[in-house]
Design a protein around this ligand. Structure first.
Ligand code: PPY
Length: 349
């Protein structure tokens, strides 16, 4: 764990052991250059504690790039709560309240909201003690609700922009889009894709999730270990990170990658592998910023639901077209180009 922190380029990590629930809490503050750190709180059991810390460190770094590229004055942060498998519902709610107290103690150096394993309803509970540092509460409690649909809209926009680059048209009719992971965001993406006339393939490690979509909408489901090999036009990773790596990239049979998962590249060099294979990659921290932008837009900047949609679509189109221009002009990878856009803002801070 020491070596993870030594190698990390962020600012601070806050660690707490919650004795009552036997849970570990990591809050990684990657950067406060543009403003207070902000990012969702992920809650799940981890086989090894090291992986929980690793998630917090990596994901908070992604948030720094996301906020900077999106033009928001926040820095990268992420909360991770590593819980035991045995945690029951009452124990979970009590832990969330203690987590709120913990976040509150830091007086706004870290703002948080929903992420993998936490919901808007959970944010209502955390906010009982953590207010005013909790975003994404339910609409009934005065928050902006589940950010998933906004993230999905941003990913759809990214898919349309990469289609335009690769096929000369953003019209997805008849285009094969493979959605890897049909949890909250992936499933929302399939709903939006159905309206475009795209041919949708789905894949998930949890067969109950794909079964529902296959039964209800006739979507073709691919076994999860075959997702990389299946020919498609656009591959949309909406599950776990690090799935674009030296094992999977040679197997891909798509023209472009655009999805919602955080930290999709195994290493930054994997963006070059994609470029060498002529697969156009929409940098994850640009493609998946819709939820983050909408949360801040609606809760801090006073945007309506409609304004949030319009502004996130506009920001993603504009950032991706800059990225693709930069890669054409100087041959860098799209990931590198996206990072330059973010770093330009960070260095001007
Ligand atoms: C993400 O986009 O990965 C987030 O964590 C978004 C976010 C930002 C602020 C509060 C909650 C979630």
């Amino acid at each position: 764990m020491e070596s993870l922190i030594k190698q990390w380029d962020g600012e601070s990590v806050i660690i707490r052991y919650d004795r009552v629930a036997d849970a570990w809490i990591f809050i990684a503050i990657h950067s406060t250059a543009l403003g207070p750190s902000a990012g969702g709180t992920r809650m799940k059991p981890y086989p090894h504690l090291r992986e929980a810390l690793e998630d917090a460190l990596r994901l908070s770094g992604g948030m720094t790039l996301k906020w900077a590229a999106a033009g928001n004055n926040y820095g990268g942060g992420k909360g991770v709560i590593a819980v035991p498998d045995s945690l029951d519902s009452q124990g979970r709610s009590d832990l969330l309240r203690r987590y709120g107290t913990f976040v509150h103690q830091y007086n706004g150096i870290f703002f948080t909201g929903p992420d993998y394993g936490t919901s808007s309803e959970d944010m209502d509970i955390i906010a009982e003690t953590g207010d005013p540092y909790i975003f994404g509460r339910t609409k009934a409690a005065g928050g902006s609700g589940n950010p998933g649909p906004y993230t999905a809209l941003g990913v759809l926009t990214s898919i349309q922009v990469v289609a335009e680059q690769v096929f000369g048209t953003s019209n997805l009719e008849g285009k094969k889009v493979l959605v890897q992971g049909v949890g909250s965001v992936g499933r929302g993406l399939t709903t939006l894709l159905r309206e475009t006339g795209a041919e949708i393939l789905i894949s998930d490690v949890d067969p109950s999730l794909t079964q529902y979509l296959s039964d209800e909408f006739g979507l073709e489901s691919i076994p999860s270990d075959e997702a990389y090999d299946r020919p498609c036009d656009i591959f949309a990773p909406c599950a776990v990170g690090a799935i674009l790596n030296k094992e999977t990239i040679p197997r891909l049979r798509c023209r472009a990658v655009a999805g919602a998962a955080n930290n999709q590249l195994g290493t930054p060099g994997d963006a070059d592998l994609l470029r060498e294979r002529d697969i156009l990659y929409a940098p994850d921290f640009i493609a998946n910023c819709g939820g983050a932008m909408a949360i801040i837009g609606m809760e801090v900047q006073g945007w309506s639901h409609k304004e949030a949609e319009e502004k996130l679509v506009h920001a993603i189109k504009s950032n991706l077209s800059q990225v693709f221009q930069m890669t054409k002009a100087d041959g860098c990878s799209t990931d590198e180009a996206g990072k330059r856009i973010a770093e330009r803002r960070l260095s001007g801070a």
